[in-house]
Ligand binder design. Structure first.
Ligand code: F6R
Length: 603
């Protein structure tokens, strides 16, 4: 999704903006631009395409961008096609604006401006903000003009604006993230801390409704009632190193290779081999409430949803209450019936996903106890839930989520064991298994990486794939199919294997390979082999992931034998690798697949 960077200080703003925008590339975008304040006004350069294209254009056009105050943007089109015209910043002679989010009342505002003979030139909602500020600047000083314009906006937004008349960058935030970075004689802003972690580790996270005025020495924040407010300065310990590729060709493969470590980091300070789980402080809920919950609702999107779905079985087994796993974009408009003592869990890597956030708001409005499982520190969802259990996966840069998934799963398992223990269940065996997992995951990566490369080479020309599994492997089949479509643009369907004969079997022929995911666990293994028979009888090719081979399959991927409940953690790894290597053979932009964004902050 869109990204914002802003700088005010003593250095040349353009270098900092381009570097910051490059760090935000992973979020997905289609155009980029910068505005810099110079002696006689504001200069803007923008283009459809990549940051590299923007940098070349800047050299070509030889426009003066030597100033120390500026804003930059990567756009992911919502209103209007990806084009240079629609790229941000949007500007007038007096002000230049970048914006993430959606201005929901932009049509009304457009009509309002038309009546004053002010017309927009682009297809965007953002231009309206620049035009509104400009209109108010005719009567008011910049700060007042900015406040008045922001007051007219409805929807979600993070905004940064620079002005011809002042050296202050003005910011506004509602339902879309915006941070201020504090440097020495310099102040930064960005939609995402990864744009700034090279410059500072001190951040202020603006709250919804805030307006802020930043210059190189001062930060002034007004809350939603426009009262001056001090927001806490937080120190964030993410290193730039962990946000770099470290010798790997793509972030995705680096992040798959880091999965064992991500799970290790997430569990190691929270459990021990003596059956202890140290989650009390993080969960911060009465033990009696947790012992008496009568239902769990999990809400999330995409891969995070599949993490919830994968953990459902183990959660139900240990908490002994029904677990409903819901897709956030559906849940937020449904009329859910919560049980009396429901526990509501949202899962989100980015912590900013609009649908998940709205679902959380809804649950909170019903006074349901809420827990968020989030990777990005201090993100909106992390702060909004009653309590947050962070996945300690480190920054996940590739758009396709991998290490976040296994980390989310590990938190959900710990939660299941924690509540199970409160209810008197023995969990020592499970905890020692959880502690052994990172080692088994490391081994799985090593065992399957080269083998999957060979399999991917053979199968990358196929246009359709079916992924099937039973029990715990059904959600893993869904996740495997999602990964393949996301980065290789191949049509892939995940299905419960037993459902095959009710429809998807019609797809099977020699051109539609099936990926069968089936650890040797009865009755699933033998039943899934019957599905394999049915596929073979229709000349379908079979790739099988299991700890037990079968002569029926064309390509066998051998996995470690593991306690069945823990199999999702290792079976997902070769599926992520399969998607990765197929996309690699097809020559696609793996870390930034077309049409996708890392954090989906709009509906
Ligand atoms: C899949 C993927 C998406 C996200 C989904 C939710 O690889 O990345 O499906 O999982 O957009 O995002 P978060 O977890 O940030 O809420």
């Amino acid at each position: 999704m869109c990204g914002i960077v802003g700088y005010v200080g003593n250095d040349k703003a353009i270098n900092i903006l381009l570097k910051g925008l490059s760090a935000l590339e992973y979020r997905g975008y289609d155009s980029a631009g910068v505005s810099i304040k110079v002696n006689n006004g504001i200069n803007t350069v923008k283009t459809k395409g990549r940051i590299m294209d923007l940098a070349s254009l800047i050299i070509e056009e030889q426009i003066d961008l030597s100033g120390n105050i500026g804003i930059g943007h990567t756009r992911w089109a919502t209103h209007g096609i990806p084009s240079t015209l629609n790229a941000h910043p949007h500007y007038t002679d007096s002000v230049s604006v970048v914006h993430n989010g959606i201005i929901e009342n932009y049509r009304e505002l457009e009509e309002f401006l038309k009546k004053k003979n002010i017309y927009k030139k682009t297809d965007t909602d953002t231009e309206i903000i620049a035009l509104l500020i400009d209109m108010f600047l005719k009567k008011f000083k910049p700060k007042e003009a900015f406040e008045k314009a922001v007051a007219k906006l409805e929807g979600s937004f993070s905004i940064a604006a620079i002005f011809k008349e002042t050296d202050t960058i003005m910011l506004a935030k509602k339902d879309s993230p915006l941070v201020i970075g504090i440097g020495r004689h310099a102040t930064y802003t960005a939609s995402d801390i990864s744009a700034l972690i090279d410059h500072t580790n001190k951040f202020i996270f603006l709250e919804d409704g805030d307006i802020a005025f930043i210059d190189k020495e001062n930060i002034k924040i007004l809350d939603h009632s426009r009262k001056s407010i001090k927001r806490e300065i937080k120190t964030i310990d993410w290193s730039m190193e962990s946000a770099k590729k470290g010798g790997y060709k793509h972030f995705m493969i680096k992040e798959i290779a880091e999965e064992a470590e991500a799970v290790r980091n997430t569990i190691q300070s929270r459990i021990d081999a003596n059956g202890n789980i140290y989650l009390n402080d993080e969960i911060n809920m009465d033990e009696s409430f947790l012992k008496n919950i009568d239902g769990i609702t999990i809400v999330a999107c995409g891969t995070s949803y599949y993490a919830g779905f994968s953990a459902k079985t183990v959660l139900e087994k240990f908490t002994e209450v029904p677990v409903n796993v819901e897709i956030a974009s559906e849940f937020r408009y449904s009329e859910p019936i919560f049980s009396k003592h429901n526990l509501f869990i949202v899962i989100s890597q980015s912590g900013e996903t609009a649908d998940t956030k709205e679902s959380l708001k809804f649950a909170k409005s019903k006074r349901i106890k809420t827990i968020s499982i989030v990777n990005v520190k201090e993100s909106a969802i992390a702060r909004m839930a009653d309590t947050c259990i962070y996945t300690l996966a480190g920054p996940e840069i590739s758009v396709a989520s991998t290490k976040a998934f296994v980390s989310q799963l590990s938190v959900l398992y710990m939660l299941a064991f924690y509540i199970g223990k409160l209810k008197g269940k023995k969990i020592d065996k499970e905890l020692s298994m959880l502690l052994k997992l990172p080692g088994i995951m490391e081994k799985t990566f090593k065992m399957t990486n080269d083998r999957i490369k060979t399999v991917a080479e053979k199968y990358h020309p196929y246009k359709n794939f079916l992924y099937i599994g039973r029990g715990l492997m059904y959600p893993i089949a869904l996740e495997g199919a999602l990964k393949l479509k996301e980065i290789s643009y191949i049509h892939a369907e995940g299905y419960p294997a037993g459902e095959m004969k009710h429809g998807p079997i019609a797809l099977i022929d020699e051109n539609t390979p099936s990926v069968i995911i089936s650890p040797d666990k009865e009755p699933f293994y033998s039943k899934t082999l019957s599905n394999a028979e049915e596929i073979k009888a229709r000349s379908g090719k079979i790739i099988m992931l299991s700890d037990k081979n079968s002569d029926m399959v064309d390509d066998f991927i051998e996995l470690e034998e593991i306690e069945y409940d823990f199999s999702p953690f290792i079976y997902v790894i070769p599926l992520q690798l399969l998607a990765y290597y197929i996309a690699l053979y097809l020559g696609y932009d793996i870390d930034q697949p077309r049409n996708l964004a890392k954090s989906v902050t709009v509906e």
